[in-house]
Design a protein around this ligand. Structure first.
Ligand code: KIV
Length: 278
């Protein structure tokens, strides 16, 4: 298929996003495919190839189903479909937590094979050494603190963070660790509003909230949630900006009716013996 995507005029860089701290909010959505990247690219600052792809597109029960091969393939598709937004690819569970060497090798592979702008890792104090080592070899890192979907089995479910003073203190320490390790920004997920706002005040890198606070320096949503395509439970923190479930259902039903009644294909969809265009 020929591409009429605009020629790359230079992407928004991680450094440019870092400079947005406390200024114009950073707009971020997930993207996993070429067409969605094409549609979102003019509107957002950052496209996140989230490991949520394992659930949203591949039907896994949680993000632990994401693999390096999966993240690389979707990262490549999103890079092909975008030319303006900063593209960040998630490092899947198991690719960075155990050793600094593994983290550096995994981040290097993602960068080399996708050409993306940065990687994202989940955790704070516990993975500060991994973030610092990846940054040290020149790969920009986005952190991710608060509710960590990759820890769902360890935690026995998705638990909102920051409700106790001790937990809030742990989150402040995580945020400081991510900042001190050289990350250019940090996602705060599933965290009570005052704590997310306080983290945003306390650190000098931009925070990007999801189920966090309007005070964050930017916001991110899973695109399928935001466009109403999610077929399972829609989380409380999601605002649906469209209802594509209904659009897809209605289109499929109309197509089925047309095929069964032989209304489709119509004369305008058929090729005659004379030359005509496909
Ligand atoms: O995987 C993902 O989509 C994410 C966002 C929810 C922040 O990490």
């Amino acid at each position: 298929m020929a591409s009429d995507a605009p020629a790359a005029a230079g992407r928004i860089t991680p450094a440019a996003l870092l400079a947005r701290k406390g200024k114009e909010p950073i707009v971020c959505l997930t993207a996993y495919t070429y067409p969605i990247a094409r549609l979102l690219d003019p509107h957002v600052d950052l496209l996140l190839v989230g490991d949520s792809v394992a659930m949203v597109l591949h039907g896994h029960p949680n993000t632990l189903g994401a693999t390096m091969d999966m993240m690389v393939a979707h990262g490549q598709a999103v890079m092909r479909g975008s030319s303006r937004a900063c593209v960040v690819v998630d490092m899947p569970a198991g690719s960075y937590e155990d050793t600094v060497e593994n983290a550096v090798a995994s981040a290097s592979r993602i960068m080399r094979e996708t050409g993306c702008d940065a990687v994202k890792l989940e955790g704070g104090v516990a993975i500060a050494a991994q973030i610092a080592a990846i940054v040290a070899i020149g790969i920009p890192v986005m952190g991710h603190i608060g509710l960590l979907p990759q820890s769902v089995e360890k935690e026995g479910g998705y638990k909102i963070k920051g409700r106790s003073e001790a937990n809030a203190e742990a989150l402040y320490a995580d945020a400081r660790a991510v900042e001190a390790s050289g990350a250019f920004s940090v996602v705060i997920e599933g965290t009570v509003e005052p704590v997310a706002a306080e983290i945003t005040r306390r650190i000098r890198i931009p925070t990007v909230g999801i189920g966090a606070s309007p005070a964050c320096d930017g916001q991110v949503l899973v695109t399928d949630d935001a466009i109403g395509l999610t077929v399972d439970r829609v989380p409380k923190f999601v605002k649906e900006y469209a209802h594509l479930r209904d659009v897809v259902t209605d289109a499929a039903a109309a197509y089925a009716r047309d095929v069964r009644s032989r209304a489709f294909p119509g004369p305008e969809h058929l090729f005659s013996l004379t030359k005509d265009k496909a």
